[in-house]
Design a protein around this ligand. Structure first.
Ligand SMILES: [Fe+2]
Length: 226
């Protein structure tokens, strides 16, 4: 594959691959009898789960639908995965709600917490497999059936359909997951095309999530590009 070919999925997938291990670590080291810690884990899972749901919706709408129109039968596998992954995610949230039930005993909370930890690993593994399939199979089919210009058009549609609050939430996971060149390119595009107040909010997220030296390099590169 040529590096100039646009990938419609790699950037969010890097964010997803960055977010899951953090959830997994937290799910492994918290005390499930501590309701505040469980609430905190649930808030993280719900926020990230919303992003996963929105990501699947965007792929269904803007990638799989046009692909299915040109290569009938090729979208079914990914669409089924999306439904299955969403159901697994909802099960996980339900499990945390059971742990948060004031009537649960400490022993039951710990036992259910361990089940949650294992099922989170299952969801993580399923997402890793799903993303590889999309990058190796679905993305390759897109390159076969769509021109680079059409792909750029789809990419633009995807960006325009992510609400600003969701985009800011994505940035927490995507910015530290990208390499410096990818980060510069993505934020350079936002600096040129997005409203200045929104771009400033993105830079605040960048400052919070990046190591200081990486943030400084990014600021310098963006100042040169402006
Ligand atoms: Fe997907």
């Amino acid at each position: 594959m040529s590096s100039s070919k646009i990938s419609l999925v790699l950037t969010p997938h890097k964010g997803i691959r960055y977010a899951f291990p953090q959830l997994s670590i937290k799910a492994g080291n918290i005390d499930y009898t501590d309701k505040t810690a469980v609430e905190d884990l649930k808030a993280q899972l719900v926020e990230f789960g919303d992003l996963l749901e929105e990501h699947a919706h965007i792929e269904n709408e803007f990638i799989l639908k046009p692909l299915e129109a040109r290569a009938p039968g090729s979208a079914e596998h990914d669409e089924e995965d999306h439904e299955r992954l969403y159901a697994q995610q909802e099960e996980l949230i339900a499990k945390l709600n059971r742990i948060l039930d004031p009537a649960i005993s400490p022993e039951e909370a710990q036992r259910t917490g361990y089940e949650f930890y294992q099922e989170l690993s299952e969801l993580h593994a399923a997402h890793l497999e799903h993303m590889l399939e999309e990058e190796r199979v679905t993305q390759t089919l897109m390159w076969q059936h769509f021109t680079q210009e059409e792909m750029l058009g789809i990419h633009g549609q995807i960006i325009r359909n992510i609400p600003p609050d969701k985009m800011l939430a994505w940035m927490k996971y995507i910015l530290p997951a990208l390499n410096a060149a990818e980060r510069r390119e993505m934020l350079g595009g936002m600096q040129a095309g997005a409203p200045a107040p929104f771009f400033q909010q993105v830079m605040v997220v960048a400052e919070n999530v990046l190591p200081f030296s990486d943030f400084e390099k990014l600021e310098d590169a963006l100042a040169q590009a402006a």
